[in-house]
Design a protein around this ligand. Structure first.
Ligand code: BES
Ligand code: ZN
Ligand code: ZN
Length: 501
């Protein structure tokens, strides 16, 4: 990669360090003798006297009640043993098991990088068990540590899964799916955690090209001169204040056989959002604006999973990448930009830049004739205000498409909640001088932002995922680790894997 010398970024710096961390995951009948620790998942009411020499009452007295969230390190000959509660066995679902594996991986984090997880016989199918155990443990142990001389934790290098009564081949099949989904989520996290000076739009396009070559999809990147030729006035407008060039990165995945349909994905790729001329006021929150490309990261990461998940649909992606900076050349309030589809947009707030950069990507998806569009964006503080940091907002013009997103979100435990695309609010986006303005009223900000995007999908079935809240986590929490969550990468991969026109 070519890098600005003044930033002293080593030429070998990788924005996707997770690809260098390998973790072996295997289903076993007996654990290796030299593991650093073993976690035993314990259902409520299980008598452990024979295993740890303590009955249920003694364990409760020591603070372990086998409920989710409860754990206890018990001294053992050989490797340390950690008890991790999973609650009532008949209430256990895939999400709770994923969370339990995450808790197990965290409870053993201080012990080392080679761990085992032992699971009692469960009512869930073995493939799902293998998948969610692997996802929970590996995602929980994710750390962004490339810029630290001394990482605090040893990375997970070996995970052995011992599941009572489970078919080994089925478990292994689940582990293999998780290897792909975890890799995708980790790539999305890496990209969003990377400092903005270490990952410009140009850098992201180069990373995309490398990932495409490795994981089986085509990548084309369009630079500033090409975007002018193409009439992408939105990306160019947002980019006007930056010394860094924009990039529109187009991803194409083709399945081996006849495609079951053609799905379009559009990602907001604001490499850093300062607000532009509508400069954001000083606030610790703005540290997070390096993650304003979390939507683009999720789309790119999902593409790395498509081939290995055997995705039957053709999938195309448009990543709208630029930073949003104030300067003498920046776009101004009152400016009117012309989008790829010819619509004119009056800028009333340069901090509502995501919708502006994405309008060109959406218009291009329509031109490509996709059967449906999903877009993903760290779009509005309003979505975070409404739903908090663990659930994303979903809105759309087609209930079937919204439902597909909800189903995928359910499967991957990247939860969403539908907000209404209330068309009565469209008039808030009216402009006196242009076809539309980029700013709605003081309320329903997530809805008015979506109504803006709706203007560029030309009636194509479309769902929009607003991940302003879910892109990051303040602390380790279930499968999320502190920092970028990679939210959306697994969801989009799941959506594509099940897509047909
Ligand atoms: N990137 C922000 C949205 C955001 C806020 C993401 C908090 C993550 C955490 C977006 O570009 C923005 O600034 N939106 C404005 C829109 C407003 C000016 C209409 C917002 O939400 O305040
Ligand atoms: Zn903004
Ligand atoms: Zn933004």
């Amino acid at each position: 990669m070519t890098r600005s010398p003044h930033k002293l970024i080593p030429a070998e710096f990788s924005p996707v360090p997770s690809l260098d961390n390998t973790c072996e995951v295997v289903a076993v009948r007996d654990f290796a003798a030299d593991l650093d620790a073993v976690a035993l998942l314990v259902a409520a009411g299980t008598d452990l006297t024979a295993v740890v020499g303590l009955g249920t009452d003694a364990l409760a007295a020591a603070g372990f009640d086998a409920e989710p969230g409860s754990s206890l390190v018990v001294a053992q000959d050989g490797h340390p043993l950690v008890l991790v509660g999973i609650g009532k066995a008949d209430e256990l679902d895939a999400d709770k098991l994923r969370d339990a594996a995450a808790a197990a991986a965290r409870a053993t984090a201080k012990k080392g990088g080679r761990i085992g997880i032992e699971v009692p016989e469960l009512a869930l199918d073995a493939r799902t068990v293998g998948q969610v155990l692997t996802e929970g443990a590996r995602l929980a142990r994710y750390r962004y540590a490339v810029l630290k001389a001394e990482p605090k934790e040893v990375p997970l290098a070996l995970l052995q899964l011992k599941v009572a009564g489970a078919d080994a081949a089925e478990l292994t099949a689940g582990i293999e799916v998780a290897t792909v989904t975890v890799r995708a989520a980790a790539i999305a996290r890496d990209l969003a955690n990377t400092p903005p000076g270490h990952l410009t739009a140009t850098d992201l396009a180069e990373v995309a090209a490398e990932l495409g070559a490795e994981f089986g999809f085509e990548v084309e990147a369009y630079d500033k001169a090409q975007l002018i030729e193409m009439g992408c006035g939105g990306i160019l407008g947002v980019n006007a204040g930056s010394v860094e060039e924009p990039r529109l990165v187009v991803l194409t995945y083709m399945p081996d056989g006849d495609p079951s349909g053609h799905l379009g994905m559009v990602g907001k790729g604001i490499m850093y959002d300062s607000g532009g001329i509508s400069l954001k006021p000083s606030d610790p929150m703005h540290l997070l604006m390096k993650m304003d490309m979390g939507g683009a990261a999720a789309v790119l990461a999902a593409f790395t999973a498509l081939r290995d998940l055997g995705t039957p649909a053709a999938v195309s992606g448009w990543l709208c990448c630029t930073d949003n900076m104030p300067s003498g050349s920046a776009y101004k309030l009152g400016d009117v930009l012309t989008a790829r589809n010819g619509k004119t947009v009056e800028i009333k707030n340069t901090d509502a830049e995501g919708r502006i950069a994405m309008m060109d990507g959406l218009a291009l998806a329509v031109e490509a004739g996709v059967d449906a569009i999903v877009d993903i964006a760290t779009l509005t503080g309003a979505a975070m205000m409404a739903l908090g940091k663990s659930r994303a907002a979903v809105l759309g013009n087609d209930q079937a498409m919204v439902d597909r997103v909800r189903d995928a979100a359910q499967a991957t435990d990247e939860p969403v909640w539908q907000l209404p695309l209330e068309r009565r609010y469209r008039k808030q986006l009216d402009s006196d001088v242009a076809d539309i303005s980029n700013l709605g009223g003081p309320h329903a900000g997530a809805t008015t932002a979506a109504l803006f995007l709706d203007e560029f999908v030309a009636g194509t079935p479309w769902a929009h995922i607003d991940i302003a809240g879910t892109m990051s986590s303040d602390a380790d929490d279930s499968w999320r680790s502190a920092g970028a969550t990679g939210y959306g990468a697994r969801l989009l991969a799941n959506l594509a894997a099940g897509f047909s026109a």
